[in-house]
Design a binder for this molecule. Structure first.
Ligand code: SER
Length: 341
């Protein structure tokens, strides 16, 4: 196994699919883990697939017998699902991350080199106290409104702090550390839109769900109000952001946690874009009070100027290009293929 293998946890999830394809295009050696099996078209890009629970000590022992030099820790339970089973979400999202931080820290020590640990955080770390505050907040900076009101948001925010702890303090406290330490970097993602996969258990899922339903000729009942506005990003931009941050020179990074965004849109605007792509689409609004309450605490827009300044972040898919190019072409192709199978 080459020493620069990349470990991807939660490889079977939404981001995992696209990230693994992008890593494979770069010729990277990939070790993937997930509790679910990997679809064969993704597994074929990986040098090894370890099926297991991120909480299982045996998985961590197995990982320590591999040499990996970079980690993308994608395994998580998303926000709506986390509200349904909060203790389980805490275990997977927090204890799972803690174990992987420990395992990666040990690997860094074994290698005697730093390991870059990429953590996808979320707009869920923010907690706007009211709808009025949400509407007035504008582009929210990394250090504002950090009062998450969901288990998932609290998990993500705490894991950012845990990562910082390993990156800064543990390194200083551990005199044996030498050159092996964790270079922890986190991205706060907005809602993600993929043409190829659907998320499971998220609260921003109404946007991708409405598109994928329309592409299959199915009616869709949107679980949030039409005016609900949050930031979004197309999956290719999300993957590019992860790779750009992973590759940034440590000296360029003035912070460990960065907002990234591409465009903000209301559910009504997403429905209108969907209708333009699929004129026969049928979208109605039937807000679910619990999921609405979650998304009402998330910001309408993010300030991603620190990412632009430190590692050259620029989205390549603004709203128009996301819908008219990326989604229009790929979603149509995807379901045409399904129908013709
Ligand atoms: N998209 C995620 C969710 O809805 C937020 O990070 O849970």
């Amino acid at each position: 196994m080459p020493t620069d293998a990349v470990l991807v946890t939660g490889a079977s999830g939404e981001i995992g699919h696209s990230l693994i394809e992008a890593l494979a295009e770069r010729g990277v050696t990939i070790i993937a883990t997930d509790i679910r099996p990997l679809p064969p078209h993704i597994a074929r890009y990986c040098s090894e697939v370890l099926k297991g629970d991120i909480l299982d000590p045996l998985l961590h022992e197995a990982l320590l017998h591999r040499r990996f030099g970079q980690v993308f820790h994608l395994a998580a339970i998303l926000s709506s699902q986390a509200e349904r089973e909060p203790e389980r979400a805490h275990q997977v999202n927090v204890e799972g991350t803690l174990r992987l931080l420990q395992t990666s820290h040990r690997m860094a020590k074994l290698r005697g080199e730093p390991i870059v640990f990429l953590f996808p955080s979320s707009i869920a770390v923010y907690g706007l106290p009211s709808l009025e505050a949400k509407r007035c907040a504008g582009r929210v900076r990394e250090d504002e409104y950090l009062r998450p009101m969901t288990m998932y948001g609290a998990n993500k925010l705490y894991c950012e702090l845990l990562g910082l702890y390993y990156a800064r303090f543990y390194r200083r406290l551990d005199p044996d550390d030498g050159a092996g330490w964790l270079d922890f970097r986190a991205l706060r993602f907005p809602g993600l839109l993929s043409a190829f996969t659907l998320p499971t258990g998220g609260t921003s899922d109404y946007a991708p769900e409405m598109l994928h339903a329309a592409a299959q000729g199915q009616p869709y009942r949107c679980f949030v109000r039409p005016d609900t506005t949050i930031p979004f990003m197309a999956m290719p931009d999300a993957v590019r952001a992860l790779l750009l941050l992973a590759e940034a020179a440590p000296s360029a990074l003035q912070q460990h946690v960065y907002n990234v965004t591409a465009f903000s849109a209301s559910a009504e605007e997403i429905a209108a874009e969907t209708h333009q792509l699929f004129p026969n689409s049928s979208i109605t609004f039937d807000p679910d009070p619990r999921r609405q309450a979650i998304v009402d605490t998330w910001p309408e827009d993010l300030d991603d100027s620190a990412a632009r300044r430190d590692w050259g972040w620029r989205p390549e898919y603004p709203r128009h290009r996301t819908f008219q190019e990326y989604l229009a072409v790929n979603i149509r192709r995807r379901y045409q293929k399904t129908y013709s199978l």
